[in-house]
Design a protein around this ligand. Structure first.
Ligand SMILES: *Cc1c(COP(=O)(O)O)cnc(C)c1O
Length: 398
């Protein structure tokens, strides 16, 4: 054959690297088109089970490897990866609910899950109610013939009440209602969502991999894990329709961060508990919310469930004499804490919240402005000194 043009040669180059490469990092395999050997190979039936290659959207060796490792982290059998934590929440609710169904959502749930239930799900004929995550008997009494899914979040967003997970999951199991856990806080480390007690676990566990598994504050990604194949297939069906795909460079970043996940979780947990405890003793603060603090709502449930850990979050409710503007000024006075959403990255963050806007049920918490702290990987003494200087400015009325 005559010599081909440069462009053709570059695209159809015959060189193949030698076999036998082995190293710990996983290769980054990217493609839209996956090549088939011949037309017979093309026509061969490939179930959409994450075990063969068909099209880049459905997975590459890189994303399959991450899915397998997240399934192991969660003590699950199956894992679907999605482009964000919110996409994981939406996949679970859309995948498991049909017109006429009802979903029950804890009152302290992640804000976007609340918003999904209030605004999008009703457009599909799905109804919702909020429940008190500290009241399993109350939840049990709400379960009706239309109730098809109960969300749990342990601990809840912002106010960090740890739910009565054993009571809630047992009540749902008894009535044959599916349970889904937003397990971003526990990250697969604080407890096993599928085995909360012997023989008792949730049906679905999702995570924002954006938080701990990424750890870098530079990736958005989510996962949905199950043990039951039929349930996984229902979710996979919706996953296909929604066209969820992932950038393999992002997948690589999460794969790279997973070996340090447990170390980071432990280090950030230690910093968070130390500062939460210290802050509880400060005169400006009415209440500190963290499941490991004895006075914090749901502390006893956390003790029942958690084998070890707690995430890098605590919230402080400031005494009512401090106005919203003063508490905002306290946050502005912090030098080492960024102001912004998300958490579990290297940099500590602080965000003031208005509680009344995100609650349906009357709150049992002390009144006052709330600030959520997400602790990063800075030195704990430096963080404490920073909090102390900003608190002194607050109490001095500056
Ligand atoms: C951050 C978060 C999510 C959403 O994750 P994104 O990747 O930001 O969409 C869901 N649930 C909880 C509890 C979260 O903290």
């Amino acid at each position: 054959m005559s010599k081909r043009a440069i462009s053709t040669e570059q695209i159809h180059h015959p060189y193949r690297p030698p076999e036998g490469w082995d190293a710990h990092p996983v290769g980054v395999f990217k493609a839209s088109t996956v090549l088939f050997k011949d037309t017979a190979d093309l026509h061969r039936y490939r179930p959409r089970d994450g075990k063969s290659y068909r099209y880049g959207l459905h997975g590459t060796p890189t994303s399959y490897t991450l899915a397998a490792r997240i399934a192991t982290l969660e003590s699950a059998e199956h894992c679907l990866l999605v482009p964000s934590g919110l996409a994981a929440v939406t996949l679970v609710s859309l995948g498991l609910l049909r017109p006429g169904d009802e979903v029950l959502v804890p009152d302290n749930v992640y804000g976007q899950n609340r918003y999904l239930s209030e605004s999008l799900l009703p457009q599909f004929g799905i109804t919702y109610r909020f429940y008190d995550p500290l009241d399993a008997a109350g939840l049990a009494a709400m379960l009706g013939p239309q109730t098809k899914l109960v969300w749990l979040e342990a601990a809840g967003s912002i106010t960090l009440e740890f739910p009565d997970v054993l009571g809630i999951v047992a009540a749902c199991k008894q009535r044959g209602v599916l349970t889904a856990m937003d397990n971003t806080w526990g990250a697969g480390l604080a407890f096993n969502a599928f085995e909360l007690a012997p023989g008792l676990g949730v049906d679905v566990s999702m995570q924002a991999l954006t938080k701990y598994p990424s750890g870098g504050a530079d990736v958005l990604m989510g996962s949905v894990c199950t043990r039951d194949l039929a349930l996984h297939e229902r979710l996979n069906y919706m996953h296909e329709h929604l066209g969820y795909g992932l950038g393999q460079n992002d997948v690589e970043l999460v794969l790279r961060a997973l070996p340090t996940l447990a170390l980071r979780y432990r280090a950030q947990d230690a910093t968070t508990r130390a500062l939460a405890q210290w802050m509880q003793g400060r005169p400006e603060v009415a209440q500190v919310l963290h499941p490991a603090l004895p006075g914090s709502p749901g502390h006893a449930y956390w003790q029942q469930t958690s084998s070890a850990g707690a995430a890098c979050l605590y919230s402080a409710i400031f005494k009512p004499e401090y106005s919203a503007a003063q508490v905002d000024a306290f946050v502005d006075a912090l030098e080492l804490f960024g102001i912004g959403y998300s958490w579990a990255g290297p940099m500590s963050l602080a965000v003031p919240y208005e509680m009344s806007r995100s609650r349906a049920l009357p709150s049992k918490l002390a009144p006052g402005r709330i600030v959520r702290f997400a602790l990063g990987l800075e030195d704990v003494a430096d963080l404490q000194a920073d909090l102390a200087q900003a608190l002194s400015q607050l109490s001095a009325g500056k």
